[in-house]
Design a protein around this ligand. Structure first.
Ligand code: NAD
Ligand code: ZN
Ligand code: ZN
Length: 338
């Protein structure tokens, strides 16, 4: 069994996995697949060195099989196919007490603040587990976490059937948001600038636009009879996206900020006044979003397999990061961990 250790300075070492025996309330999982996410790339680039513990095992988008149970674990057995909701809230802060434990004020994100899934054997608290239905492959199972992000975002955006939705940013998260909103009966326009991702989104049946090539405001205005979009999801994390997001909604339209902006972008607050816009933030997911993602994936209605552009062995993890950082022809990269 191997593990990928981030040692700082963009250095990954593949070494032997040092399995943690499951203690009370924990399970040990034989990891099958683990997706690489933008957050892992941030860690690889040293942007989160203050938060991770060297050598850090990253990874939080995974699927696998339970290999061992700690004391006091009920309801799961060895051999069960599972995915993990990688959140470990404190349970007593004001956010937890208010029922918002997914954004606990002392939240431990497993894979950042604790060892992650890019290893053969991974030990996690049993409360993080969700069962994978038999008709989902392990590769599809590793997409449940980002799909749960999308389900949460669409829920926070209160998207209703027949609404007109713009998604800015067609990376894995934006593409999944577009697919989930579409599955809920919205008309979706996906704005993306990367030609490979634009082409892929089109193949998935999405209506796409390159905001650098055409006037996006004019297009949305025309397509909505002069009204504007019901909901705009900002998932690009680009300054241009933050600037654009306020220009697109209708009166009393909604904006959902999903992307992370490490530096505060310029945002036109006048538009909030002028059109009485509403702004919502959306961060990770709750258990209901994981269950919704699993049901949606198992229904077979989403082209999930086609979002996976690369499946690589653990030894090629660095190659995966390099492809992502150079904006190569990749969407979701999955790593085989066992
Ligand atoms: N809210 C959460 O809990 C949560 C969870 C996961 C990821 N995220 C964040 O969501 C964002 C998207 O994640 P991802 O993995 O899809 O990232 P990504 O970097 O792969 O995708 C961003 C996409 O935006 C495109 N883009 C850049 N400028 C644009 C513009 N002006 N207009 C339209 N598109 C533009 C890029 O080409 C890229 O494809 C990131 O900021 C990520 O950190 C948030
Ligand atoms: Zn992620
Ligand atoms: Zn808390």
């Amino acid at each position: 069994m191997k593990a990928a250790y981030y040692e700082g300075n963009e250095k990954i070492r593949i070494g032997d996995c040092v399995p943690a025996p499951p203690s009370k309330g924990q399970v040990q999982i034989r990891v099958s697949h683990c997706g690489i996410c933008g957050t892992d790339l941030h860690i690889f680039h040293g942007k989160m060195d203050g938060r991770v513990h060297f050598p850090q095992v990253m990874g939080h988008e995974m699927s696998g099989t339970i290999g061992a149970l700690g004391d006091g674990v009920d309801g799961f057995a060895t051999g069960d196919r599972v995915t993990v909701r990688p959140l470990d809230p404190c349970g007593h802060c004001p956010a937890c007490r208010a029922g918002h434990s997914h954004i606990c004020q002392n939240l431990k994100f497993i894979g950042i603040d604790a060892p992650g899934a890019l290893q053969g054997l991974w030990t996690v608290p049993v409360h993080t587990l969700h069962r994978l239905p038999a008709n989902l492959s392990f590769a599809q199972g590793a997409l449940i976490e980002p799909l749960a992000v999308a389900c949460h975002d669409v829920r926070m955006g209160e998207v209703r059937e027949g609404e007109y939705v713009v998604v800015q940013g067609g990376g894995p998260i934006g593409t999944l948001i577009a697919l989930v909103a579409g599955a809920q009966g919205a008309r979706v326009l996906l704005a993306e600038v990367n030609p490979f991702r634009l082409a892929l989104a089109k193949e998935l049946g999405l209506e796409t636009v390159n905001p650098r090539a055409i006037d996006l405001v004019q297009l949305v205005t025309e397509q909505t009879g002069g009204a504007g979009a019901d909901v705009v999801f900002e998932v690009s994390g680009a300054a241009a996206g933050a600037e654009m997001m306020t220009k697109l909604p209708r009166t009393r339209g909604r904006i959902v900020v999903v992307a992370l902006f490490p530096d505060p972008p310029a945002v036109d607050l006048f538009r909030f006044f002028w059109r009485e816009l509403k702004l919502a933030g959306a961060r990770v997911y709750e258990a209901v979003d994981f269950e919704a993602a699993i049901q949606l994936a198992a229904s077979g209605t989403l082209p999930l397999d086609r979002i996976v552009t690369n499946v690589i062995p653990l030894e090629q993890l660095e190659f995966g990061f390099r492809e992502m950082e150079r904006g190569g022809n990749v969407m979701k990269v999955l790593v085989e961990c066992s």
